[in-house]
Design a protein around this ligand. Structure first.
Ligand code: KMT
Ligand code: NI
Length: 173
């Protein structure tokens, strides 16, 4: 894992876009973003149990796996959105980027690779992209049924109860 401010420059979303300003784990924690490195899947099982996650699946995002819809999928993952639930991803192979908004509404880019696990809190604005290797395999954990409906950023979403809960807990101090 390595986190830094996104440079906001033009160019493919899959490029590093590293501004050179690093962000540490403590900064992420202040945004409600939790990071773990688990080389033993038993540790993931334990975390899942503690947080009430009963189900999981695995997704491979790559042109080989997705074929013609790959480019389209990569673009759609990159639309800024939030969920009314936590998003937990455990990277099994390859690497990619999760971008999250900070207090000042800047993008923080989080590079994740094998054995990295990230928890994005409900209500945080974020997006995902593969990197230049165009390959990542991840475990997606969910509590009951998958509730991953992405809600695209909009002014109306400011009054969403999950968004309001997130901003009051993490962005209002
Ligand atoms: C997401 O939430 O955008 C995804 O699940 C993308 C694939 S997981 C690395
Ligand atoms: Ni998401």
């Amino acid at each position: 894992m390595r986190a830094y401010y996104y440079d906001n420059l033009e160019g493919d979303q899959r490029l590093p876009h590293d501004s050179g300003r690093a962000v540490d784990v403590e900064e992420l924690k202040k945004l409600g973003v939790l990071y773990h490195h688990f080389s033993d899947v038993e540790d993931v099982n334990k975390l899942a149990k503690e947080r009430g996650y009963k189900n999981r699946d695995e997704i491979t995002v790559s042109p080989e796996k997705m074929g013609d819809v790959y480019e389209e999928k990569v673009k759609s993952f990159f639309h800024e959105h939030l969920h009314e639930d936590e998003e937990i991803r455990y990277i099994r192979d390859g690497h990619g980027y999760f971008d999250v908004r900070n207090k000042g509404d800047e993008w923080v880019r989080i590079f994740l690779e094998r054995d990295d696990l990230i928890i994005l809190p409900a209500g945080i604005y974020h997006r995902f992209t593969t990197d230049e290797t165009n390959y990542i395999q991840a475990m997606r954990l969910f509590q009951e049924e998958p509730k991953w409906t992405p809600l695209n950023r909009s002014e109306e979403l400011d009054s969403n109860e999950f968004r309001k809960q997130y901003t009051s807990q993490y962005l209002s101090l």
